[in-house]
Design a protein around this ligand. Sequence first.
Ligand code: MCA
Ligand code: AMP
Length: 505
Amino acid sequence: MSNHLFDRLLPQDIEQSRVFITTEHGHDLTFGDLLTQSAQLAQGLAEAGVKPGDVVAVQVEKSPQAVLLMLACLRLGAVFLPLNTAYTAPEVAYFLSDSRPKVFVCDPSRLSELTPAANSADVAHCLTLDASGEGSLMQRATGRSGTFANAARGPDDLAALLYTSGTTGRSKGAMLTHANLASNAEALRGLWRFSRDDVLIHALPIYHTHGLFVAINVALLAQARLLFLPRFDVNEIMSLLPKATSLMGVPTFYTRLVAHPGLNAAATARMRLFISGSAPLLAETHREFSTKTGHAILERYGMTETGMITSNPYDGERRPGTVGFPLPDVAIRVAEPATGARLAQGEIGVVEVRGPNVFKGYLNMPEKTREEFRADGFFITGDLGFIDAQNYLHIIGRGKDLVISGGFNVYPKEIESEIDALEGVVESAVIGVAHPDLGEGVTAIVVAKPGAQLAPDAILASLKTRLASYKCPKRIIMVEDLPRNTMGKVQKNVLRQTYAGLYGG
Ligand code: MCA
Ligand code: AMP
């Protein structure tokens, strides 16, 4: 039976002996292993009750087995929901209660901490998988047959659910279909010329679009090989460059590489392509990288809800400070934020997108979904930009109140709500401040009640019990009051100016 995405990623006639993943421990997984082991896992999950359309939520460390788990979910027709490993128990509880998964897979070290959240969400089974690929999930797969009759899934069926932070503080589950993921991966493989000769350094986390769908799906389609690292480590990347052809990273990868004394043309001689995305790459980083190595970083732009939207060209000028042209079959426009009316070339407005890559909507939020689409089907990204005379898209800011720290999104409202709930706090404002390593550093400005004994360290310690640590402010500044305009609204632009040099960036 046909399974739209899986059949494209792993056709039955694939050359089974080819290696797909190599880890730092020298463990190789071939395309044949992907087929047989994902079949075994699919049987284990089916026995745990997973049926087509069920959600499988996963909060596990990066491992080849986690990739097998995604493939097993596809084969079952289930909806794969990956969660950032940094999420705390209260955060996980929200995702489980909203998505109601049939099975939750977590690290064994967190099983007892997270089981109450799973029970409250009526999860049928909590299974485990650790960084070395061991756990009760794999035990369920052991000894099973290496073949599996895939569930029939069409282009419009859901393949994944990815939560994105919400402006109102509540995260929204973006529903992604088989066609969304397949069309995007096929377009990118073609644009970026991925082939069987490619060896891609994979140092991104695999719970977000970038590391999961851009890197893994493109590599699968191309039958390329992945050098799979548990996390980004600049020295490790430097040592792998001579064995690889390509790298995908967030801008922080590139600022750290540029600062490495060993980065030069010789070190990158075998590399074919360096790709950056998830946050703005400074034109300065682009130029420095090119001066040192002779490689022009290819910057692209995307979103969880849409996959990749635009990319600089493979051939032709990769223009620093721009994100290039729309992908084939993807339409973009820059519009008047209030009305959606298309603006003329060169004018600044909100970036809108329509195409096979655009998601189906937010889970359980039909109202919110309607608000984010225009009547003619364009999705409103919330990013501000313009299209230049050569048709390159420039992203110049965000209409949405979002901070991007090292490629991770943080919505100030979520952090402000947690700070404001603390004893002794009157109010707070959270802003992004230029940070030399992370692009933007989450920064909290806090007003305490008169006489309250509130130290920044105590606020931080308390936040860490509730919020993933990348969301926690890098600096907390206590003030007497916040600047407000005549309407009484906090002037975050004034705060951004006041603290602009805080991190020396
Ligand atoms: C780690 N920490 C961070 C971040 N990462 N704090 C702020 N921002 C971050 N990005 C904190 C940890 O919680 C820890 O705090 C301390 O910093 C050190 O942690 P460590 O793991 O050593 O950090 P690192 O190795 O320096 O990690 C930085 C990193 C990593 C390599 C930039 O964050 C990363 O891999 N980012 C990639 C994010 C990504 O994949 N984004 C794609 C989203 P403590 O000591 O307090 O515990 S997909 C997307 O945006 C769209 C679709 C797109 O276009 O791609
Ligand atoms: P996420 O919600 O994690 O999918 O993040 C998507 C957001 O990341 C976009 O709406 C942009 O604000 C930002 N983004 C992704 N790629 C780029 C880029 N190349 N330049 C600027 N911003 C980017």
